[in-house]
Design a binder for this molecule. Structure first.
Ligand code: ARG
Length: 562
């Protein structure tokens, strides 16, 4: 419910339209103390227009504001303070949530437009890094939030499955590879082969030539090279899929860089036709208009295409296939130069839709304040992290609630949820510190804290024999007010998160809602008083609906029992 807008409307009339509604909205404040009301409007600007003392204006205007939703309107110095009629507001909000269920908070700001979201995108035969984890988690939350806001998200896993490194890998495998070992432990073995290749190449530089040739034969479709590459890709994906499954994430497309192999020639031709290609030391480049950016490399001296060439082809393909209204790339800060170049080239090519492409950046995952090394065995580490979190959650269940049904699944929901929430609760652009203990704490700003709060709400509903669809009753406890105002903020929070590509707003929101609910729970014995029971259970149900939906938007499950 938009009570602030309602207040603005009243003020607009009361000041004889001397300010626009937007100007008024911008000036409305939230008083620091509850005793000062729910909204306040300072009259200084009107005082300037009217050449009258602000206090006088406040007193005057206050008498002209009247709607039943405001229980009190008062002038305090230069301010007009209004108090919402709590009973009425509470009824409206709780009723709406009970009626709408998990639809509550949905909007249509996206108007059905499709949004491609380039997320996760790990590199074949390499470990799944912490950066890829962040991209996966943030990208998935954005997809869910945008979907709730009326967009059609398209999740694309732009796998790093092409490039000269595959020539090296094929060469290394032919020389030193062992099929069984690669099958058993794909990423670890392939990484070891890749490292060995570089070590050996230091001693025998001719190997580099062999690697280049192998890549060339791969590009030309040599069946044996292609078969090896396909195999590396499939085995690597199997490992990645275990992680995606744990996190409950699926993709609409796993077309990686290789998919654009036969689509790059067209890009080169288009660039030629538009006279944008220039030669630089034998290579083909596009100069971009922005002087702070180096030219974008399209083709190397030997004719090989590059990462950027593939991203250009991918952008064209995505626009033609999905007709996106926005294209998002959820990729770490360190690639911002690359995306600036790609977007600039597309703009130079004359594509208006390039104005709707955004690099959604994020910071690094640190351990003890230092960058986490991406060199060895990270796939194991990441899966290990998730599995450790799940094990810890299971230990917790065993000590607190040993008779719980479906322990394994619930432990997975808590453990994985802890990792996800830890990533999403801060502004994505910040670096974050990796700490398993912090993630899993039940008291604090964690996923498990919110999940426990929801499970507590569900348990109250069970004990109170809450029935859905009963006639609505108005809540009388004044202690419930902070919960009501929070519940009322949910739709706007989701909207802001969608507009600003910022899942942390939803994470912070569910934390606050959980805190207000726990405070209420500490003050009121919900189940002890029959006369209020129905209204209270309806409030608890509304809280659980919104917590569950908020968690879902972040990619977390909300178990009803823990
Ligand atoms: N595979 C790349 C990496 O790990 C990320 C790809 C991001 N997406 C893109 N369209 N370039 O660095």
């Amino acid at each position: 419910m938009k009570y602030k807008e309602l207040f603005a409307q009243e003020l607009y009339v009361a000041c004889d339209e001397q300010l626009t509604k937007e100007e008024i909205i911008r000036r409305i404040e939230k008083p620091k103390h509850e005793e000062l009301g729910d909204y306040a409007f300072p009259c200084f600007d009107l005082a300037r227009v009217q050449r009258t003392a602000p206090n006088k204006i406040a007193t005057n205007m206050a008498t002209r504001i009247y709607t039943p939703i405001f229980e009190k309107v008062e002038a305090v110095g230069p301010y007009i303070n209004v108090f919402l009629e709590k009973g009425l507001v509470a009824s409206e909000v709780v009723k709406k949530i009970l009626e709408e269920g998990n639809y509550y908070g949905s909007s249509n700001i996206g108007d059905g437009g499709s949004v491609t979201i380039d997320l996760s995108s790990p590199n074949i035969a390499k470990p799944f890094s912490m950066g890829h984890l962040r991209s996966t988690v943030i990208g998935n939350a954005l997809a869910l939030i945008l979907e709730k806001s009326g967009y059609r998200p398209v999740r694309i896993n732009h796998l790093g499955d092409w490039g000269t490194q595959f020539g090296k890998l094929i060469t290394a495998y032919r020389k030193w590879g062992n099929e069984t070992q690669v099958r058993q432990n794909t990423i670890k073995e392939l990484l070891a082969l890749y490292i060995k290749f570089h070590e050996e190449a230091e001693l025998t530089p001719a190997l580099l030539d062999e690697g280049r040739k192998a890549f060339k034969s791969l590009e030309e479709g040599d069946p044996e090279a292609v078969a090896l590459w396909k195999w590396f890709r499939e085995e690597s994906l199997k490992e990645f899929n275990r992680i995606y499954e744990l996190m409950g994430i699926t993709f609409d497309s796993t077309n990686g860089e290789a998919f654009y192999n036969n689509k790059m020639q067209r890009v080169v031709e288009l660039l030629e036709k538009k006279n944008l290609l220039t030669e630089s030391k034998g290579a083909m480049v596009v100069e971009v208009n922005d002087d702070t950016l180096p030219p974008c490399l399209i083709k190397k001296k030997d004719g090989a295409t590059l990462y950027a060439t593939r991203d250009l082809a991918a952008a064209l393909y995505r626009y033609e296939t999905y007709g996106f209204s926005q294209a998002l790339y959820v990729v770490g800060n360190e690639q911002s130069l690359h995306f600036k170049q790609v977007f600039e080239v597309l703009k130079k090519m004359g594509y208006e839709w390039a104005e709707q492409m955004y690099h959604i950046t994020f910071g690094m995952m640190l351990k003890d304040g230092k960058k986490m090394s991406t060199r060895k065995g990270k796939v194991v580490l990441l899966e290990e992290v998730l599995n450790n979190a799940i094990d810890l959650a299971k230990e917790n269940i065993n000590s607190k609630n040993p008779s719980l049904k479906n322990k394994q699944i619930i432990a997975e929901h808590i453990g994985v949820g802890a990792v996800l929430f830890h990533d999403l609760k801060n502004d994505r652009r910040n670096d974050i510190d990796f700490s398993l203990e912090d993630m899993l704490r039940v008291e604090g700003e964690t996923g498990p804290y919110v999940q426990y709060t929801n499970a507590r709400a569900c348990s109250i509903l069970r004990k109170g024999h809450f029935q859905k669809g009963e006639p609505f009753e108005q809540i009388k406890d004044k202690e419930a007010w902070p919960i009501i105002t929070r519940l009322n903020e949910f739709p706007r929070t989701v909207e802001r998160a969608a507009k600003e590509y910022d899942p942390s707003q939803v994470a912070k929101y569910v934390l606050e809602l959980a805190r207000s609910f726990n405070k209420y729970y500490g003050q009121i014995r919900i189940l002890d008083d029959d006369t209020h029971l129905k209204a209270r259970l309806q409030l608890v149900s509304a809280v659980s609906i919104v917590l569950t939906e908020g968690l879902r938007l972040l990619g977390l499950h909300a178990p009803e029992e823990m």
